[in-house]
Design a protein around this ligand. Structure first.
Ligand code: COA
Length: 151
């Protein structure tokens, strides 16, 4: 398998949104098109695409706010799993952060997503002694009241 990791291009948009949906990453309280546009508006080049034979088969969104790096929207097409693609994307995101001097990377995993938890542990992440807090500032979707803080 010959895969490469590169920055997002506008031509990837439709494939990326379909990939996020197919990977179960689209939650009712999030609008993935708006999430994509907001990341592009930041202009940091932190939306990475894993491509095989010209087809986008994976993504990761990476960012650095000056203290911690953050990973979001890590996704590998169901047809390409367990071949090292997820690890490849995480390593590319870690390289992206290291180039910017970021000392630590954080991420959130939904408690029900035990497969993702096992993946992150396999690639070197450990559970921090923290509780994750959030506060919704812009209402993007029809999610119920309890879900509004969700990431
Ligand atoms: C999580 C995800 C990105 C992993 O992608 P992947 O390309 O299959 O991962 P890799 O092949 O690089 O896996 C590396 C190691 O992680 C572990 N791992 C990966 N998927 C696993 C799973 N479903 N269950 C247990 N361990 C897993 C294994 O140790 C694996 O090594 P091995 O295949 O030699 O046993 C992919 O399953 C996915 O897109 N899931 C849906 C979206 C998602 O949940 N994203 C994370 C949101 S927080």
């Amino acid at each position: 398998m010959s895969v490469t990791v590169r920055a997002f291009r506008e031509a990837d948009r439709v494939a990326l949104l379909a990939l996020w949906e197919a990977c179960g990453l689209v939650m009712p309280w999030n609008d993935p098109g708006k999430d994509l546009d907001r990341k592009l508006a930041v202009g940091d080049g932190g939306l990475l695409v894993l491509e095989e034979a010209g087809v986008a088969v994976g993504t990761v969104m990476v960012g650095y706010e000056g203290h911690r790096g953050w990973l979001n929207y890590l996704a590998v097409s169901p047809t390409h799993r367990r071949r090292g693609c997820g690890e490849r994307l995480v390593r590319a995101a870690e390289d992206w952060l290291a180039e910017r001097g970021c000392p630590k990377v954080n991420l959130q995993v939904r408690t029900a997503n035990t497969a993702a938890a096992r993946f992150y542990e396999a690639v070197g992440f450990r559970v921090d002694d923290c509780v994750s807090y959030g506060k919704r500032l812009i209402d993007d979707g029809p999610g119920d009241h309890e879900s509004r803080a969700k990431s």
